[in-house]
Design a protein around this ligand. Sequence first.
Ligand code: ADP
Ligand code: MG
Length: 334
Amino acid sequence: MKNIGIDLGTANTIIYMKGRGIVLREPSVVALDSKGRDVVAVGNAAKQMLGKTPGSIKALRPLKDGVIAEFDATAAMLRHFFKKVSGSSIFSRPKVIVCIPYGVTEVEKRAVEDVTIEAGAQSVALIEEPVAAAIGSGLRIEDARGSMIVDIGGGTTEVAVLSYGGIVFSNSIRTAGDAIDSAITSYIKRRYNVLIGEVTAETLKKSIGCAHSSYDRGIMEVRGRNIINGLPAILTLSSAEIREAMLDSIRTIIDSIKNTLENTPPELASDIYDRGIVLAGGSALIPGIDLVIARSTGIRTYVAKNPIDCVACGIGRVLEGGNVGGGAIMFRGR
Ligand code: ADP
Ligand code: MG
Protein backbone atom coordinates (compact mmCIF):
# COMPACT_ATOMS: atom_id res chain seq x y z
CA MET A 1 0.00 0.00 0.00
CA LYS A 2 1.18 3.50 -0.79
CA ASN A 3 2.06 5.75 2.11
CA ILE A 4 2.83 9.17 0.67
CA GLY A 5 0.87 11.41 -1.69
CA ILE A 6 2.48 14.29 -3.53
CA ASP A 7 0.96 17.27 -5.25
CA LEU A 8 3.95 18.30 -7.33
CA GLY A 9 2.76 21.73 -8.36
CA THR A 10 4.40 24.47 -10.40
CA ALA A 11 4.16 26.81 -7.42
CA ASN A 12 3.89 24.53 -4.38
CA THR A 13 4.70 20.98 -3.43
CA ILE A 14 2.35 19.46 -0.87
CA ILE A 15 2.94 16.11 0.76
CA TYR A 16 0.30 14.00 2.47
CA MET A 17 1.36 11.13 4.68
CA LYS A 18 -0.95 8.23 5.31
CA GLY A 19 -2.39 8.34 8.81
CA ARG A 20 -0.96 11.81 9.45
CA GLY A 21 -2.45 14.17 6.86
CA ILE A 22 -0.55 17.02 5.24
CA VAL A 23 3.02 17.05 6.52
CA LEU A 24 4.73 19.44 4.12
CA ARG A 25 3.71 22.51 2.20
CA GLU A 26 6.58 24.33 0.50
CA PRO A 27 7.24 26.34 -2.65
CA SER A 28 8.57 24.29 -5.57
CA VAL A 29 11.85 26.19 -5.69
CA VAL A 30 15.45 25.00 -5.66
CA ALA A 31 18.61 27.04 -5.16
CA LEU A 32 21.72 25.58 -6.78
CA ASP A 33 25.39 26.60 -6.68
CA SER A 34 26.87 28.36 -9.69
CA LYS A 35 27.84 25.10 -11.37
CA GLY A 36 24.25 23.98 -11.02
CA ARG A 37 25.36 20.88 -9.14
CA ASP A 38 24.95 21.27 -5.40
CA VAL A 39 21.63 22.14 -3.84
CA VAL A 40 22.05 25.13 -1.57
CA ALA A 41 18.43 25.39 -0.43
CA VAL A 42 14.95 24.16 -1.35
CA GLY A 43 11.37 25.16 -0.62
CA ASN A 44 10.74 28.19 1.58
CA ALA A 45 14.43 28.95 2.04
CA ALA A 46 15.04 28.85 -1.73
CA LYS A 47 11.99 30.97 -2.52
CA GLN A 48 13.37 33.75 -0.34
CA MET A 49 16.42 33.77 -2.60
CA LEU A 50 14.42 34.21 -5.85
CA GLY A 51 15.45 37.44 -7.52
CA LYS A 52 18.19 38.29 -5.00
CA THR A 53 20.79 35.57 -5.24
CA PRO A 54 24.47 36.46 -5.63
CA GLY A 55 26.23 35.30 -8.80
CA SER A 56 27.31 32.10 -7.09
CA ILE A 57 23.76 30.83 -6.41
CA LYS A 58 20.89 30.25 -8.81
CA ALA A 59 17.34 29.94 -7.47
CA LEU A 60 14.96 28.31 -9.93
CA ARG A 61 11.54 26.78 -10.21
CA PRO A 62 12.08 23.32 -11.67
CA LEU A 63 8.46 22.84 -12.79
CA LYS A 64 6.86 24.89 -15.49
CA ASP A 65 3.25 24.87 -16.65
CA GLY A 66 2.51 21.84 -14.51
CA VAL A 67 5.29 19.66 -15.91
CA ILE A 68 8.92 19.00 -15.08
CA ALA A 69 11.24 21.46 -16.78
CA GLU A 70 14.44 20.62 -14.87
CA PHE A 71 14.67 16.93 -14.06
CA ASP A 72 17.70 16.90 -11.74
CA ALA A 73 16.57 19.91 -9.76
CA THR A 74 13.10 18.40 -9.29
CA ALA A 75 14.62 15.13 -8.09
CA ALA A 76 16.92 16.97 -5.69
CA MET A 77 14.01 18.97 -4.34
CA LEU A 78 11.84 15.88 -3.81
CA ARG A 79 14.68 13.97 -2.18
CA HIS A 80 15.09 16.81 0.28
CA PHE A 81 11.33 16.90 0.99
CA PHE A 82 11.21 13.11 1.52
CA LYS A 83 14.03 13.40 4.03
CA LYS A 84 12.27 16.21 5.80
CA VAL A 85 8.97 14.36 6.20
CA SER A 86 10.36 10.95 7.03
CA GLY A 87 12.39 12.31 9.93
CA SER A 88 14.46 9.40 11.17
CA SER A 89 14.08 6.32 9.03
CA ILE A 90 10.65 4.80 9.49
CA PHE A 91 10.08 4.77 5.79
CA SER A 92 13.23 5.79 4.15
CA ARG A 93 11.87 4.59 0.81
CA PRO A 94 8.25 5.73 0.55
CA LYS A 95 5.61 4.30 -1.73
CA VAL A 96 4.23 7.28 -3.53
CA ILE A 97 1.14 8.45 -5.37
CA VAL A 98 1.80 11.59 -7.36
CA CYS A 99 -0.54 13.61 -9.49
CA ILE A 100 -0.06 14.66 -13.08
CA PRO A 101 -2.05 17.26 -15.00
CA TYR A 102 -4.71 15.86 -17.32
CA GLY A 103 -3.62 15.60 -20.92
CA VAL A 104 0.14 15.55 -20.44
CA THR A 105 2.22 13.49 -22.85
CA GLU A 106 3.56 9.99 -22.24
CA VAL A 107 7.06 11.44 -21.99
CA GLU A 108 5.95 13.92 -19.34
CA LYS A 109 4.27 11.12 -17.33
CA ARG A 110 7.44 9.05 -17.53
CA ALA A 111 9.44 12.01 -16.27
CA VAL A 112 7.23 12.29 -13.19
CA GLU A 113 7.60 8.56 -12.46
CA ASP A 114 11.36 8.63 -13.03
CA VAL A 115 11.90 11.74 -10.93
CA THR A 116 9.97 10.22 -8.02
CA ILE A 117 12.01 7.03 -8.12
CA GLU A 118 15.21 9.04 -8.57
CA ALA A 119 14.31 11.03 -5.45
CA GLY A 120 14.21 7.81 -3.43
CA ALA A 121 10.70 6.39 -3.73
CA GLN A 122 10.27 2.63 -3.66
CA SER A 123 7.32 2.70 -6.06
CA VAL A 124 5.14 5.27 -7.76
CA ALA A 125 1.55 5.46 -9.00
CA LEU A 126 -0.01 8.35 -10.90
CA ILE A 127 -3.36 10.02 -10.43
CA GLU A 128 -4.93 12.68 -12.60
CA GLU A 129 -4.86 16.04 -10.92
CA PRO A 130 -8.45 17.17 -11.63
CA VAL A 131 -9.73 13.88 -10.19
CA ALA A 132 -7.64 14.38 -7.04
CA ALA A 133 -8.77 18.02 -6.79
CA ALA A 134 -12.41 16.99 -7.09
CA ILE A 135 -12.10 14.31 -4.41
CA GLY A 136 -10.17 16.69 -2.16
CA SER A 137 -12.79 19.39 -2.48
CA GLY A 138 -15.46 16.96 -1.35
CA LEU A 139 -17.24 16.51 -4.69
CA ARG A 140 -19.02 13.19 -5.03
CA ILE A 141 -17.41 12.26 -8.30
CA GLU A 142 -18.38 8.61 -8.28
CA ASP A 143 -22.01 9.17 -9.14
CA ALA A 144 -23.44 9.72 -12.56
CA ARG A 145 -24.06 13.41 -12.18
CA GLY A 146 -21.68 15.82 -13.80
CA SER A 147 -19.58 18.21 -11.79
CA MET A 148 -17.10 20.89 -12.69
CA ILE A 149 -13.86 21.61 -10.91
CA VAL A 150 -11.65 24.55 -11.82
CA ASP A 151 -8.13 24.34 -10.39
CA ILE A 152 -6.45 27.73 -10.66
CA GLY A 153 -2.85 27.13 -9.60
CA GLY A 154 0.44 28.86 -10.31
CA GLY A 155 1.28 27.74 -13.83
CA THR A 156 -2.00 26.44 -15.18
CA THR A 157 -5.74 26.63 -14.83
CA GLU A 158 -7.38 23.27 -15.36
CA VAL A 159 -11.09 23.17 -16.01
CA ALA A 160 -12.52 19.66 -15.80
CA VAL A 161 -15.95 18.08 -16.09
CA LEU A 162 -16.26 14.81 -14.21
CA SER A 163 -18.88 12.10 -14.17
CA TYR A 164 -18.81 8.45 -13.06
CA GLY A 165 -15.47 9.09 -11.36
CA GLY A 166 -13.68 10.06 -14.54
CA ILE A 167 -12.88 13.08 -16.65
CA VAL A 168 -15.36 13.71 -19.44
CA PHE A 169 -13.75 16.83 -20.76
CA SER A 170 -10.90 19.00 -19.62
CA ASN A 171 -9.29 22.17 -20.73
CA SER A 172 -5.93 23.41 -19.53
CA ILE A 173 -4.58 26.89 -20.12
CA ARG A 174 -1.31 28.48 -19.12
CA THR A 175 -2.96 31.42 -17.45
CA ALA A 176 -3.04 31.25 -13.65
CA GLY A 177 -1.23 32.81 -10.68
CA ASP A 178 2.14 33.27 -12.40
CA ALA A 179 0.55 34.98 -15.41
CA ILE A 180 -1.34 37.26 -13.05
CA ASP A 181 1.94 38.18 -11.31
CA SER A 182 3.54 38.99 -14.69
CA ALA A 183 0.52 41.06 -15.65
CA ILE A 184 0.93 43.08 -12.45
CA THR A 185 4.63 43.60 -13.22
CA SER A 186 3.88 44.76 -16.79
CA TYR A 187 1.11 47.06 -15.65
CA ILE A 188 3.39 48.82 -13.16
CA LYS A 189 6.19 49.07 -15.70
CA ARG A 190 3.86 50.56 -18.28
CA ARG A 191 2.18 52.96 -15.94
CA TYR A 192 5.05 54.09 -13.71
CA ASN A 193 8.23 53.07 -15.59
CA VAL A 194 9.14 51.04 -12.53
CA LEU A 195 10.29 47.46 -12.55
CA ILE A 196 9.29 45.29 -9.60
CA GLY A 197 10.47 41.76 -8.79
CA GLU A 198 8.32 38.63 -9.14
CA VAL A 199 8.07 38.15 -5.38
CA THR A 200 6.85 41.74 -4.98
CA ALA A 201 4.24 41.24 -7.70
CA GLU A 202 2.95 38.13 -5.92
CA THR A 203 2.87 39.97 -2.58
CA LEU A 204 0.82 42.78 -4.14
CA LYS A 205 -1.63 40.24 -5.54
CA LYS A 206 -2.01 38.38 -2.25
CA SER A 207 -2.19 41.51 -0.13
CA ILE A 208 -4.41 43.87 -2.10
CA GLY A 209 -5.48 42.00 -5.24
CA CYS A 210 -9.14 41.28 -5.87
CA ALA A 211 -11.32 40.31 -8.80
CA HIS A 212 -14.29 42.58 -8.07
CA SER A 213 -14.59 46.15 -6.78
CA SER A 214 -16.78 45.10 -3.86
CA TYR A 215 -13.67 43.43 -2.38
CA ASP A 216 -11.47 46.55 -2.45
CA ARG A 217 -8.50 46.08 -0.11
CA GLY A 218 -6.87 49.52 0.24
CA ILE A 219 -3.31 50.42 -0.71
CA MET A 220 0.21 49.06 -0.43
CA GLU A 221 3.70 50.52 -0.74
CA VAL A 222 6.32 48.61 -2.72
CA ARG A 223 9.85 49.10 -3.92
CA GLY A 224 11.19 48.73 -7.42
CA ARG A 225 13.65 50.26 -9.85
CA ASN A 226 12.95 53.15 -12.15
CA ILE A 227 13.77 51.92 -15.64
CA ILE A 228 14.57 55.40 -16.96
CA ASN A 229 17.15 56.54 -14.42
CA GLY A 230 17.95 53.16 -12.85
CA LEU A 231 17.31 54.44 -9.34
CA PRO A 232 15.33 52.72 -6.59
CA ALA A 233 11.70 53.80 -6.51
CA ILE A 234 8.90 53.59 -3.97
CA LEU A 235 5.32 53.34 -5.20
CA THR A 236 1.97 53.32 -3.47
CA LEU A 237 -0.47 51.12 -5.34
CA SER A 238 -4.18 50.71 -4.88
CA SER A 239 -6.32 47.62 -4.86
CA ALA A 240 -8.22 49.04 -7.86
CA GLU A 241 -4.99 49.26 -9.89
CA ILE A 242 -4.02 45.69 -9.08
CA ARG A 243 -7.53 44.57 -10.00
CA GLU A 244 -7.21 46.37 -13.33
CA ALA A 245 -3.82 44.73 -13.93
CA MET A 246 -5.32 41.29 -13.23
CA LEU A 247 -8.42 41.81 -15.34
CA ASP A 248 -7.26 40.29 -18.64
CA SER A 249 -5.85 37.14 -17.03
CA ILE A 250 -9.07 36.60 -15.08
CA ARG A 251 -11.07 37.09 -18.28
CA THR A 252 -8.94 34.45 -19.98
CA ILE A 253 -9.70 32.04 -17.13
CA ILE A 254 -13.42 32.77 -17.40
CA ASP A 255 -13.31 32.24 -21.18
CA SER A 256 -11.76 28.85 -20.63
CA ILE A 257 -14.59 27.90 -18.23
CA LYS A 258 -17.20 29.08 -20.73
CA ASN A 259 -15.47 27.22 -23.51
CA THR A 260 -15.54 24.02 -21.45
CA LEU A 261 -19.25 24.51 -20.70
CA GLU A 262 -19.93 24.89 -24.41
CA ASN A 263 -18.19 21.57 -25.06
CA THR A 264 -20.03 19.72 -22.31
CA PRO A 265 -22.86 17.38 -23.28
CA PRO A 266 -26.22 19.03 -22.41
CA GLU A 267 -27.23 16.57 -19.64
CA LEU A 268 -23.95 17.09 -17.83
CA ALA A 269 -24.14 20.85 -18.35
CA SER A 270 -27.49 20.92 -16.60
CA ASP A 271 -26.04 18.90 -13.69
CA ILE A 272 -23.28 21.49 -13.39
CA TYR A 273 -25.90 24.20 -13.47
CA ASP A 274 -27.64 22.51 -10.51
CA ARG A 275 -24.54 21.70 -8.50
CA GLY A 276 -22.43 24.75 -9.25
CA ILE A 277 -18.75 25.17 -10.08
CA VAL A 278 -16.09 24.37 -7.50
CA LEU A 279 -12.84 26.33 -7.44
CA ALA A 280 -9.56 24.82 -6.16
CA GLY A 281 -5.88 25.86 -6.29
CA GLY A 282 -4.12 28.77 -4.63
CA SER A 283 -5.44 31.38 -7.05
CA ALA A 284 -9.01 30.53 -5.99
CA LEU A 285 -8.08 32.62 -2.92
CA ILE A 286 -8.22 35.85 -4.94
CA PRO A 287 -11.11 37.67 -3.26
CA GLY A 288 -14.14 37.91 -5.52
CA ILE A 289 -12.98 35.45 -8.17
CA ASP A 290 -15.96 33.21 -7.35
CA LEU A 291 -18.27 36.19 -7.77
CA VAL A 292 -16.98 37.20 -11.21
CA ILE A 293 -17.06 33.60 -12.44
CA ALA A 294 -20.62 33.17 -11.16
CA ARG A 295 -21.73 36.42 -12.81
CA SER A 296 -20.22 35.68 -16.18
CA THR A 297 -21.36 32.05 -16.39
CA GLY A 298 -24.69 32.37 -14.58
CA ILE A 299 -23.70 29.34 -12.48
CA ARG A 300 -23.24 29.36 -8.70
CA THR A 301 -19.54 29.14 -7.87
CA TYR A 302 -17.89 28.03 -4.63
CA VAL A 303 -14.32 28.10 -3.41
CA ALA A 304 -13.33 24.72 -1.94
CA LYS A 305 -12.27 24.60 1.68
CA ASN A 306 -8.46 25.04 1.80
CA PRO A 307 -8.13 25.29 -1.99
CA ILE A 308 -4.31 25.05 -1.93
CA ASP A 309 -4.53 21.63 -0.25
CA CYS A 310 -7.32 20.14 -2.36
CA VAL A 311 -5.19 17.98 -4.64
CA ALA A 312 -3.05 16.63 -1.79
CA CYS A 313 -6.15 15.95 0.32
CA GLY A 314 -7.74 14.11 -2.60
CA ILE A 315 -4.67 11.90 -2.99
CA GLY A 316 -4.78 11.48 0.79
CA ARG A 317 -8.30 10.09 0.63
CA VAL A 318 -7.16 7.58 -1.96
CA LEU A 319 -4.19 6.63 0.29
CA GLU A 320 -6.44 6.17 3.28
CA GLY A 321 -8.53 3.82 1.20
CA GLY A 322 -11.66 5.95 1.42
CA ASN A 323 -14.52 5.20 -0.90
CA VAL A 324 -13.74 7.56 -3.72
CA GLY A 325 -15.32 5.83 -6.64
CA GLY A 326 -13.86 2.45 -7.35
CA GLY A 327 -10.59 1.32 -8.79
CA ALA A 328 -10.48 3.50 -11.86
CA ILE A 329 -8.72 6.30 -10.14
CA MET A 330 -5.13 5.23 -10.03
CA PHE A 331 -4.42 4.36 -13.58
CA ARG A 332 -0.82 3.43 -13.59
CA GLY A 333 1.83 2.31 -11.17
CA ARG A 334 5.19 0.64 -10.88
P1 ADP B 1 0.34 24.88 -8.19
O1 ADP B 1 -0.63 23.75 -8.05
O2 ADP B 1 0.53 25.33 -9.60
O3 ADP B 1 1.62 24.63 -7.48
P2 ADP B 1 -1.14 26.30 -6.14
O4 ADP B 1 -2.48 25.70 -6.22
O5 ADP B 1 -0.28 25.93 -4.99
O6 ADP B 1 -0.35 26.14 -7.50
O7 ADP B 1 -1.35 27.88 -6.16
C1 ADP B 1 -0.27 28.74 -6.26
C2 ADP B 1 -0.75 30.08 -6.74
O8 ADP B 1 -1.73 30.59 -5.84
C3 ADP B 1 0.38 31.09 -6.79
O9 ADP B 1 0.31 31.81 -8.02
C4 ADP B 1 0.07 32.00 -5.62
O10 ADP B 1 0.51 33.33 -5.85
C5 ADP B 1 -1.44 31.92 -5.55
N1 ADP B 1 -1.95 32.26 -4.21
C6 ADP B 1 -1.68 31.65 -3.05
N2 ADP B 1 -2.32 32.26 -2.02
C7 ADP B 1 -3.02 33.29 -2.57
C8 ADP B 1 -3.86 34.29 -2.04
N3 ADP B 1 -4.12 34.38 -0.73
N4 ADP B 1 -4.40 35.18 -2.91
C9 ADP B 1 -4.14 35.11 -4.22
N5 ADP B 1 -3.34 34.18 -4.79
C10 ADP B 1 -2.78 33.28 -3.97
MG1 MG C 1 -1.93 22.41 -8.35
